[in-house]
Ligand binder design. Structure first.
Ligand code: HEM
Length: 566
């Protein structure tokens, strides 16, 4: 059957069925020859551009061939319809093939994993479900509906089984980080390194900045910000003002991080206002709420529309983080009283004569250090103080046990069991990564709690739900620090507890963050009674929490009152 049919002597018109069919064959070939194999998210921008160019070329070719030799050879109404039929055929076949394959034939479909139909077809379903940045609640609902293994994407399973952390991140783990972690491409960073060897090598460099000695040096700096935090609260007390604790803890987190990472505080506690760049950073991070579900869309946005909407904030933030590192590079080392985290990260760049790749690591790691070193601690502190106000008995117990301990020494405070228990419980109840931290199986797949997860499947392990499982934590939906020392039987399965991650990808700032929380909690509890003001019940901290890879908790206002002893 001919592609073009003659009408009259000269004029041609396309055989629509054939043109449509040819397009459809191309669509099926693209799906089965290319897209079905391997990862394409990083190439997504090139795919969009390539397709746009190819479609445009079809139209241009059609127009120019219609006027071959200066005379019209194609019937005019078909000049645009002709390529249109081909493109339609291509797209219909491509998307139908993708849908049918994902619904009935891919590995997860054949293995019979249950999940919402929309999620089985496309992750755009998930993006829409997360438009309010409440992925932790979206997944929690799916858990209740479908059980411990839920298909939440064409090639994604969300696992609520407590063994998941050990399987995906333990010493024998046969998983890598998922596509999400290419978010900083082309920059490199420790947390986003998907290649195990590269990750290990970079982690060794980071480790040098987290030895017992360097942590002790950072803590000395941090004490200054505990003092400043206290001054802010004193001022609120003197003015009979309610304290905006969310602001205070975030300012504390960023000021302390600025100092121990870049030797450069943001002075937010001192000025009692947000630094404009931190506002920008928080706005930029908010795009991770809905878009984390769709790494290919993030790549398209970042690479094709970097100056549009909130994406501009993201790139301004990245540029600013890089600038901090570059400015830090200019500071002579002998000017530093004690080395900061940047000092250790720059070692590699110096050794390699600031080669391009070393600078890419520095750029990516500056963003990692800024985000990881600030917000997580602030958000758990918010949880701790919300619970202390809700149940003053915890504050009373902490107050009693820290008498006789040095509240400016985190090691000394580690001997206060109720304080330790409150921190452990806050890390469980207010997880810093409510759902983030996806991994991907390799060629052999993995087995979790008796269920086989096929090769090349993304595994999501939502801490928010797993750390509340009733079969792992008795009365898991309640904040009960007692389970961590007086009533160990209330912890039924400790495998479910992984606030700092597990194994070789676990948090490097664990000791530092825990010490920060000890120092702040002990200082404020030793000096103040804490209560909710009228109309506040602390509900907003979790209720308004936005899951943007890291948790962004809601507002909290508290009244601090000086203890009589003062
Ligand atoms: C309460 C506070 C914190 C919690 C709960 C926490 C939790 C975590 C978790 C769960 C991960 C794994 C992320 C992933 O798998 O993608 C992680 C990674 C990391 N955290 Fe933290 N974090 C906290 C504070 C800090 C602080 C203060 C720092 C200091 C800079 C820090 C530095 C890092 C780094 C460098 C990594 C990447 C480790 C790697 O990939 O090898 N964290 N954190």
């Amino acid at each position: 059957m001919a592609v073009l049919e003659f009408i009259g002597d000269q004029l041609l018109r396309p055989n629509r069925a054939v043109v449509f069919g040819l397009g459809a064959i191309a669509g099926l070939a693209m799906h089965h020859g290319f897209y079905i194999h391997g990862e394409w998210h990083v190439q997504a921008p090139a795919i969009v551009v390539g397709h746009s160019l190819a479609f445009a070329a079809l139209f241009i070719g059609s127009v120019s061939s219609s006027f071959a030799g200066g005379t019209l050879t194609l019937e005019s109404k078909f000049v645009f319809r002709y390529p249109g039929f081909a493109i339609l055929g291509y797209l219909v076949a491509l998307f139908t093939s993708i849908t049918v394959y994902r619904l009935f034939f891919n590995r997860l479909a054949r293995a019979g994993f249950a999940g919402p139909v929309g999620a089985r077809i496309t992750k755009l379903w998930h993006m829409w479900a997360c438009r309010g940045s409440k992925n932790h609640l979206v997944l929690d609902r799916l858990h209740r509906k479908y059980g411990d293994f839920v298909r939440t994407g064409p090639t994604e399973v969300t696992v609520f089984h407590p063994d998941v952390y050990w399987v995906i991140d333990g010493p024998k783990a046969e998983c890598v980080k998922s596509e999400w972690y290419d978010i900083l491409d082309p920059n490199l960073s420790l947390v986003t390194a998907r290649n195990k060897f590269l990750h290990q090598t970079r982690r060794r460099q980071w480790n040098q900045g987290f030895t017992t000695k360097s942590i002790a040096q950072y803590e000395e700096k941090i004490l200054k910000y505990v003092d400043q935090l206290d001054v802010c609260i004193e001022q609120d007390v003197a003015a009979h003002r309610v304290s905006d604790v969310r602001n205070l803890f975030f300012w504390f987190g960023f000021d302390a991080m600025g100092d121990f990472v870049f030797n450069k505080p943001f002075n937010m506690l001192q000025d009692q206002k947000w630094h404009h760049i931190i506002v920008l950073l928080q706005r930029a991070l908010s795009l991770l709420g809905p878009f984390s579900a769709v790494p290919w869309l993030i790549q398209i946005g970042f690479k094709l529309m970097p100056r549009v909407w909130i994406l501009k904030d993201w790139f301004d933030m990245v540029a600013w983080c890089e600038k901090q590192m570059h400015e830090r590079l200019q500071v002579p080392e002998d000017k530093l009283r004690v080395p900061d985290v940047a000092h250790y990260l720059m070692e590699d760049a110096k050794t390699n004569n600031f080669r391009k790749e070393s600078m890419m690591w520095l750029n990516g790691d500056s963003l990692l250090a800024i985000v990881a070193g600030s917000e997580p601690t602030a958000s758990v502190l918010l949880g701790i103080f919300c619970e202390l106000a809700r149940n003053p008995a915890h504050a009373r117990k902490i107050y009693d046990e820290i008498q006789g301990l040095d509240i400016r020494d985190a090691r000394s405070l580690s001997r206060a069991p109720h304080l330790e228990a409150v921190i452990s419980e806050a890390l469980r109840f207010y997880p810093v990564l409510p759902t983030g931290g996806n991994r991907k199986t390799l060629e052999h797949g993995v087995t979790i709690g008796g269920t086989y997860i096929p090769p090349y499947t993304t595994i999501v392990a939502p801490r928010y739900s797993i750390m509340r499982r009733e079969d792992c934590f008795e009365r898991g939906n309640e904040f009960l620090p007692e389970r961590w020392f007086e009533k160990p039987e209330m912890i039924r399965n400790k495998a479910a507890y992984a606030p700092f991650g597990t194994g070789h990808h676990s948090c490097l700032g664990r000791v530092l963050a825990t010490d920060d929380m000890r120092l702040v909690t002990a200082r404020l509890v030793s000096k103040y009674h804490i209560r909710f003001p009228t109309g506040e019940d602390g509900h907003g901290v979790l209720g308004d929490l936005r899951d943007q890879f890291t948790a962004n908790p809601g507002q909290l206002h508290l009244v601090f009152e000086l203890r009589e002893k003062q």
